[in-house]
Design a protein around this ligand. Structure first.
Ligand code: NDP
Length: 787
């Protein structure tokens, strides 16, 4: 037998593109937008091409501002009817979409592969089945929504902007929950991958989705910006680059639009020396070479324990040499084409700069196509954390490798990133992986697995990977609001004004006391050396508080970041500390009632009683605001853990100065956050005095820091500070806008009141629950389980 006959080679096994071509021909390869239930005439067209050949597949229209206006108008007109559909009717519509996707799964998979460049194996076995699953799952939610969320309502018209890496899957992630919650929508697919969205538009007609409920406008970034800027859009759901995410935050600041951002990542793939190395190698292949590495959660940073580094990398290189790169329609292709010429150029230039930085490039000698946008699987060795190539998202088939010695070091390297999307941990030691999972600051952790997604498990990041979740209950909540909350806000505004007017005058006595700010568990003088006068309701001076400045806040943020005891305390122990604080406040009730009276003129009894009740409320929740377990359709489960956001800055309002402080601070503390609180600027005394309560209640140093002073200056410092993970602001409408605008530096989460007054004395159940949600973010940990 001749040598070559002994070798097993793959023959070509291409999937036929004919069904797609004949569908394209029906429209003469030209498409308009899907507005109000029908396709518009093609206009201002641009090409969408097959990135593996350069062939023009079709011409699609670039959406203008007018197109967006028409789409929003039709979505607005459809909203009332869609909202008033019974849950059963809505569920049936979404179910019909799921069924149609399944019936058309082959043509959709081929079309996705042609337009995006991804291998047919992936579009056929991963993308499209997940798309169907998403619609099925949310058809279920549509049916039982009212049972689960008794008082919630849809938002209205939502704008959705998606990228090119998983075109139809991202559409499903956005559209299915929006519809299930009763919203109508305008969605823009990416410029380079519009075809499956246009085919989906046809499915909407076939499924009898009422006209205007779903609108699809094709186009580029400018078209996207028309959606973002439209006044009638209640929420923007965006997936894409961190840069554009940041821009959207800025553009929507102060506009009272909900915003969810699913952005980039630079995720760690951590292999310990006791891992099943062959499985881990397969994991790496899936983690970084799935979808050509054009995956936001791609495990692009391989961290290998030093003792096995050489062995593991050798195995990996051998496996890389067996990857098949080429025609994406071929069923044996592992790596397809990069989506666009510009993305290919970006990958090339980042790898070249990595080489300049000193990285050693390994690319296996595999056959490369002679046309189209292809890039070989690439491993960059001799890299270290400070290199740009280890910090910048490449969004391509490029992996860096860094050794580590101890679990502690692996955690530190994994967390050394501005992103926080996902991590994959490989070890046979269950204690080790469950020890690491909470320590890595990411929204998703996969244990001995990678790139697992499901409609029931929320997906999304921490830090500059964005906020908000897609999928799971959290994803659904993104598309719902609490109407009772906003009604209460307005009614409360009137009642508190009345209360102030009814105040009888009382004799007051000036309090002669030196108050300090509270940082890292210590009472301290402000760096400014100045105090500010506090006036009573009759305009007389009733005390002085320190004029906190930037330096004070920097120290407070540092203390909050260094705090570990509170964060690591068991929820039960945290509850005990909070109950203890209530006991101590109870002992000094009279004193607080009197301070409140002096500051506001209102009898403070009710406010102090409510503060005690509020502390009890959040102490009770401390060990009950638990996560959940998702039954994902794999051999495993996903643990959705409610993690504290981290360091929360809280700027308190002037109304109910003690109670509002207690509500906000204790809801943040009870879930394990550390807090920097700025008490009411006008009435700061009662909140500042709370440090005495904290000091006597075993609260660990740094968990709560209190700085008084000029609200505007202090808020600005917190908003731009990279060490603050979330900023809650309860002040003016203008101040709210500023907070949203300024928070873009590290994309901190924000919760602002847009100048509205909250019903602190009669908080609704929803408002209290919302505070707990704002204080936490969900981490999904996928673990193998069962047979
Ligand atoms: P973008 O963030 O630019 O695009 C994502 C979506 O937003 C697209 O639909 C895009 O339109 C649209 N868009 C662009 N600018 C605006 C704007 N000003 N207002 C509203 N919508 C806008 O990502 P790119 O496609 O340009 O990719 C650039 C880099 O981003 C990649 O190299 C990768 O690193 C990262 N990326 C990350 C993704 C993720 O899932 N985390 C997904 C995609 C990219 P259009 O298609 O016309 O540009």
């Amino acid at each position: 037998m001749k040598q070559q006959n002994r070798k097993m080679t793959y023959g070509p096994s291409p999937e036929s593109p004919d069904s797609v071509y004949s569908w394209l021909s029906k429209s003469k390869k030209k498409f308009g937008h899907f507005i109000n239930g029908e396709m518009t005439k093609p206009k201002n067209t641009f090409d969408t091409i097959n990135p593996s050949t350069g062939e023009v597949l079709a011409k699609v229209s670039k959406g203008t501002e007018n197109d967006v206006k028409l789409a929003v108008k039709s979505a607005k007109a459809a909203f009332k009817a869609w909202k008033n559909f019974t849950s059963f009717q809505r569920a049936k519509c979404i179910y019909a979409l799921a069924r149609l996707i399944q019936k058309n799964s082959r043509i959709l998979a081929v079309m996705e592969t042609l337009d995006n460049g991804k291998p047919i194996r992936e579009s056929r076995d991963i993308d499209i089945p997940l798309v169907a699953r998403h619609f099925y799952h949310h058809a279920g939610w549509a049916k039982i929504l009212e049972d689960k969320f008794t008082r919630k309502e849809p938002l209205g018209v939502v704008g959705q902007i998606i990228p090119w890496n998983f075109p139809l899957l991202m559409l499903a992630w956005k559209i299915a929950p929006a519809l299930a919650a009763g919203n109508t929508l305008v969605l823009k697919p990416a410029e380079t991958t519009p075809l499956t969205a246009l085919f989906f538009a046809e499915l909407c007609m076939e499924a009898n989705i009422p006209p205007g409920v779903i609108n699809i406008i094709t186009g580029d970034g400018e078209t996207g910006s028309f959606i973002v800027k439209h006044n009638d859009i209640a929420k923007i759901a965006f997936t894409g680059s961190t840069e554009v995410g940041r821009l959207l935050r800025k553009q929507t600041a102060g506009l009272e639009k909900k915003l969810s951002l699913e952005l980039g990542g630079k995720s760690a793939f951590i292999v310990f020396e006791d891992a099943d190395l062959d499985s881990a190698v397969e994991g790496v292949i899936d983690s970084i070479w799935f979808n050509q590495g054009e995956v936001c959660c791609a495990g692009s940073r391989l961290l290998v324990q030093e003792g096995i580094q050489q062995k593991f990398v050798t195995k990996l290189k051998r496996r890389m040499g067996r990857l098949h790169l080429g025609d994406p329609l071929d069923k044996s292709t592992d790596i397809g084409a990069i989506n666009s010429f510009s993305q290919l150029e970006k990958i090339k230039s980042l790898v070249a700069s990595g080489e300049k930085e000193g990285a050693k490039i390994y690319q296996p000698k595999i056959e490369m196509p002679t046309q189209g946008f292809f890039y070989p699987p690439t491993l960059l060795e001799q890299t270290h954390q400070s290199m740009d190539i280890c910090q910048t998202e490449i969004f391509g088939p490029v992996l860096t490798v860094i050794p580590f010695r101890t679990p502690k070091e692996a955690t530190a390297i994994a967390n050394n990133s501005r992103y926080g999307l996902s991590a994959s941990i490989w070890t046979e030691n269950i204690n080790l992986c469950l020890d690491l999972a909470p320590k890595i600051k990411v929204g998703v952790v996969w244990i001995n697995s990678t790139n697992l997604f499901d409609a029931s498990a929320g997906f999304g990041g921490y830090r500059e990977s964005g906020y908000g979740r897609e999928g799971g209950i959290e994803g659904l909540l993104e598309y719902l609001k609490d109407p009772k909350l906003s009604r209460k806000l307005n009614s409360n505004r009137k009642s508190s004004i009345k209360e102030v007017n009814l105040v009888k005058t009382h004799e007051t006595q000036t309090i002669d006391r030196t108050r300090k700010i509270f940082i890292g568990g210590k009472q301290t003088r402000s760096d400014s050396g100045y105090d500010r006068k506090v006036f009573g309701f009759r305009k007389e001076v009733i005390g002085q508080v320190p004029e906190g400045n930037r330096k004070d806040l920097r120290e407070a943020v540092e203390a909050a970041n260094q705090e570990v005891k509170w964060r690591n305390m068991t929820p039960h122990s945290r509850a005990q500390v909070l109950y203890y604080a209530a006991e101590n406040l109870e002992l000094r009730k009279k004193e607080y009632v009197s301070i409140l009276k002096k500051m506001t003129g209102i009898d403070g009894k009710q406010e102090v009683e409510s503060s005690l009740e509020t502390i009890f409320h959040y102490a009770a929740w401390a060990d009950k605001f638990e996560g959940t377990i998702h039954d994902v359709p794999i051999r495993g489960v996903s643990l959705a853990v409610n993690e504290p956001v981290g360091v929360i800055g809280i700027v308190c309002p002037d109304d109910n100065p003690l109670l509002s402080f207690v509500h906000l601070v204790f809801s943040a503390l009870c879930t394990g956050n550390s807090v920097i609180a700025i008490p009411s600027e006008k009435h700061p005394l009662s909140a500042l005095d709370m440090y005495q309560i904290f000091e006597s209640s075993d609260m660990p140093a740094g968990a709560i820091n209190i700085v008084t002073g000029d609200r505007r200056t202090l808020t600005q410092t917190l908003a731009v500070h990279m060490g603050v993970d979330s900023l809650w602001y309860f002040g003016t409408k203008e101040g709210s806008k500023n907070v949203e605008e300024l928070s873009i530096s590290n994309l901190k989460q924000t919760w602002v009141n847009y100048g509205q007054q909250y019903p602190w004395l009669k908080p609704s159940r929803e408002f209290r629950t919302l505070s707990l949600y704002k204080a936490t973010q969900v981490k999904n940990i996928w673990i193998p389980y069962g047979e």
